[in-house]
Design a protein around this ligand. Structure first.
Ligand code: DMJ
Length: 846
């Protein structure tokens, strides 16, 4: 174990050391060549096994043709039988200097691709991947032709195709609001009886708000203003419908009445590229109105959503409350957008957090919790993290970001490469593959990675002359000056009150932001390098000095690491500058350390527990889902759980000496999470004679529905001395308990595994089922006669109630009432595992 630990630590140390090194030109060339080889493998596989299909299925080594494979639902709406991957890859071929292949691919596109298929496609996906792909390729083809070297045969065919596709998408905008339908039939439009679409009433904010770059470019290149007009109108509606108090937008909107359907607001899935397109529309079109809108939204995002390094989701009307405790991988583009705005510090912070997550899980999982555990383990080879890495490198020139890029390249090769291309990862925890390679892998991932490792002079185009669409297609920033807006295509700026900051009107230089600090990016990153507990610095010298930063929350560094599940095991402790006693400075810890990763395993099953309120007026009906602890009493082994009345600890954090020890004795203590380790709190409270502890999360708004339960871990030292039961409640559940305590003098609770909660029917039988019990008449059992009194028990969630079906003798009714009452009393007293369900219906015999 020790050897293994040392090996891991050495590797981590080596990796860390590598990260801080600059990268030679030779090394960059090697990586660039590696990227080219990988691209050839991916694109070559698509062309060999899949073309003209829309996508490659890299495990089956064949193309994905819609209708011929099992329907995957909405994901398939990207597939329009128009050789999606080919079109999405065209301008990547130019960036990667594969000009012969580009010319060949353009010819194939022009001759083979049809855009009038009877297929229902996503308006958003078709716009960003196909229309954007055609436009980017047209711009490249035009450029190469003008240089006089190639493409001399080209007669704007791609632009004509783009125009045709634009017209095929336009029926989607036929709504009274101007917000587009989410889907369109390429041949029949939307409301045509043959279209098989048009019944949808909602669309996502990003879906409606990510048209302007492609549609404006199309208008300006074709001279037809209609496209830009529609895209502007949709943006106007989203802007008008922003929540005026918070200046945030929701995730889903009704395209007919413009009401918000989903009011949660973040910068990831469902909204992401709406913000991106406001900023980039300003850059592409030079129209101030987009910058003004972006700035208003950006202030709101930084006020409510960005909690560096995290990006949260909040309710647009009540933005101080976060609505979930996980982040999705799409938000990884956001640091790149922040770079465009010049706001580098939060960009560096969030990017560093994302990097730590990729170190822990190899790739960014589709969703991960604010504690960096996997929430949804899929990884679709998404490019957003590479995109932000590229922007940060461009902005800082810090070779650290080249090392980050290198790690992306290595992981793709190691964990996603398969004989017929690259395969998405079904679950980052198991590394299993999925039979898909989405077109954005070729459109975006390879572009950003290749650009990251290329000098400007090595590229066939001047990359700074272009803006990347959300699918990384290249549109020339010259469009605003060489192609003025078509008539009527200017959005009137309505002045909005803006909180001005350094970035409102300009993109400040590094010198302004971080004067005299060339290593500012590292300084910022260093605060986050132990975030997930992976990648801790290690220098394999026998004695060394590690400086651990004091965590934001004031925890001692070693404790902070322990709270992350990282144990620092002192070997022969070495004191520096002080003999005899162990010397600790705040923020500096000198000792020979070996990291032992003791993370709670992702796969380890967390047995859900509950806190059940059993005293009146709750009577067992209020049951709060709780997490268990890895130490203390094992409640799964306590047949009847642990019962007691609750008392709040004072101080509530239980980190200092306990003031109300007398009150706590014999009761279950409530203590707030945070400030010190669970085990420290538990020891203090155990000393008071408390019989159990309920820890309550200190993070506002957390709840067990949105956050996976976890097991509290000890402090790395032995916790054998802790014998009392400990459970953990998220803050929303905790609030129910504290409110109950405020309203009632006495609140008795039962701590136990969920499956043993009172009234819980393990078989999950439908509630309200009627069970009829009939008293047998004398002799009936022998002759099978079916006469006599019938009692009917109607089972409800919280108890058994009795109802008469036939007329009963008064004496009989009296008994039944007593039986039901006896049952309720038992539920109240709750000192046994007897349950009030059909399995334990009271004996009906007098
Ligand atoms: C791409 O298709 C685009 O970047 C889009 O905006 C969202 N993300 C996917 C790739 O992850």
């Amino acid at each position: 174990m020790l050897l293994k630990t040392l090996l891991i630590a050495s590797l981590l140390g080596w990796a860390k050391c590598q990260e801080s090194q600059s990268m030679t030109l030779e090394e960059k060339t090697v990586i660039r060549d590696q990227i080219i080889e990988m691209f050839d493998h991916a694109y070559g596989s698509y062309m060999k096994y899949a073309y003209p299909a829309d996508e490659l299925m890299p495990l089956s080594c064949r193309g994905r043709v819609r209708g011929q494979e099992p329907n995957r639902g909405d994901i398939d709406d990207s597939l329009g039988k128009f050789s999606l991957t080919l079109i999405d890859t065209l301008d990547t071929l130019v960036v990667l200097n594969k000009l012969d292949e580009f010319e060949d691919a353009v010819k194939k596109t022009v001759t083979d691709v049809r855009l009038d298929n009877d297929v229902v496609v996503s308006v958003f996906e078709t716009n960003i991947r196909v229309l954007g792909g055609l436009l980017g390729a047209h711009v490249m083809a035009d450029l190469l032709q003008q240089r006089g070297e190639r493409m001399q045969w080209y007669r704007d065919e791609l632009l004509h195709m783009a125009k045709e596709l634009g017209h095929r998408l336009l029926p989607a905008f036929n709504t009274t609001s101007g917000l587009p339908y989410p889907k369109v039939n390429l041949r029949y439009g939307v409301l045509n009886p043959l279209s098989r679409t048009g019944t949808e009433s909602d669309t996502c904010t990003a879906c409606a708000g990510t048209m302007i770059l492609e549609f404006a470019a199309l208008s300006r290149l074709s001279g037809e203003s209609v496209f830009e007009e529609h895209a502007r109108k949709a943006l106007d509606v989203l802007w008008q419908r922003r929540q005026r108090g918070s200046n945030l937008v929701g995730t889903v909107i009704n395209i007919h009445n413009e009401e918000w359907v989903r009011r949660e607001s973040g910068v990831g899935a469902g909204i992401d590229s709406y913000y991106e397109y406001l900023m980039k529309a300003y850059i592409l079109l030079g129209d101030n109105v987009f910058l003004e809108r972006f700035n208003v939204h950006y202030s709101a995002i930084m006020k409510y959503i960005s909690q560096p390094p995290l990006l949260l989701n909040v309710h647009m009307h009540n933005p101080t409350v976060s609505v979930r405790s996980w982040m999705d991988s799409l938000l990884a583009f956001f640091p790149g957008l922040q770079v465009l705005r010049g706001d580098l510090k939060p960009a560096i912070e969030t990017h560093e957090m994302l990097y730590q997550v990729t170190k822990q899980h190899k790739f960014l999982p589709e969703a991960f919790t604010t504690e960096f555990r996997v929430h949804w383990g899929q990884h679709l080879l998404r490019p957003e993290f590479a995109e932000s890495t590229y922007y940060l490198y461009k902005a800082t020139g810090d070779p650290y970001y080249l090392r980050v890029g290198q790690s992306i390249v290595e992981k793709l090769n190691a964990y996603a490469r398969v004989p017929c291309g690259f395969a998405a990862v079904q679950d980052v925890r198991t590394g299993t593959h999925e039979d898909r390679m989405d077109s954005f892998f070729l459109a975006e991932m390879f572009k950003y990675l290749y650009l990251l490792f290329s000098e400007k002079s090595q590229l066939p185009i001047d990359i700074d002359d272009y803006i990347f669409t959300t699918e990384a297609h290249l549109l020339p920033v010259s469009l605003s000056t060489t192609q003025p807006p078509c008539q009527g295509n200017a959005t009137e700026a309505v002045p909005v009150a803006q909180e001005e900051d350094l970035f409102t009107h300009s993109c400040p230089s590094m010198e302004t932001l971080f004067p005299n600090n060339p290593s500012f990016a590292k300084t910022i990153r260093d605060n986050y390098k132990y975030l997930t507990g992976v990648g801790r610095a290690f220098h394999p010298s026998p004695v060394r000095e590690i400086e651990l930063p004091l965590h934001d929350n004031g925890m001692e560094p070693v404790e902070f690491l322990k709270s992350m599940g990282i144990s620092l095991t002192p070997l022969n402790e070495v004191m520096v500058g002080d003999t005899g006693s162990r010397k600790e400075h705040r923020g500096v810890y000198r000792v020979k350390l070996v990291a032992e990763v003791s993370h709670t395993s992702e796969e380890e099953e967390v047995v859900p527990h509950v806190v059940q309120l059993i005293s009146p007026p709750f009577l067992g009906r209020t049951v709060l889902t709780a997490g268990p602890a890895k130490f203390g009493m094992d409640l799964t082994k306590q047949e009847h759980g642990v019962k007691g009345s609750i008392v709040k600890a004072s101080p509530y954090s239980a980190c200092g000496p306990i003031d109300n020890a007398v009150e706590l004795k014999g009761h279950i203590a409530l203590a707030l999470r945070g400030d010190c380790m669970f085990a420290i709190k538990a020891r203090r409270l155990q000393e008071t004679g408390a019989i159990g502890i309920i820890f309550i999360d200190h993070r506002e708004g957390s709840n067990s529905e949105d956050t996976p339960l976890f097991q509290m871990v000890g402090d790395g030292d032995s916790t054998e001395d802790l014998t009392l039961p400990l459970v953990f409640l998220f803050s929303q559940e905790g609030a129910v308990l504290t409110a109950a305590l405020e309203e009632n003098h006495n609140v008795d609770v039962l701590l136990l595994p969920k499956e043993r909660q009172l009234g819980h029917d393990k078989t999950d039988k439908p509630v309200g089922m009627n069970i009829k019990l009939r008293l047998a008449e004398e002799g009936e059992l022998e002759d099978g006669a079916a006469r006599g009194h019938t009692l009917e028990f109607v089972l409800e969630k919280q108890g058994v109630f009795l109802k008469e079906e036939e007329k009963e003798e008064p004496q009989q009714r009296q008994f039944c009432t007593k039986a039901a009452e006896k049952d309720r009393t038992e539920a109240r007293s709750a000192d046994s595992s007897q349950t009030t369900n059909s399995n334990s219906a009271p004996d009906a015999k007098p």
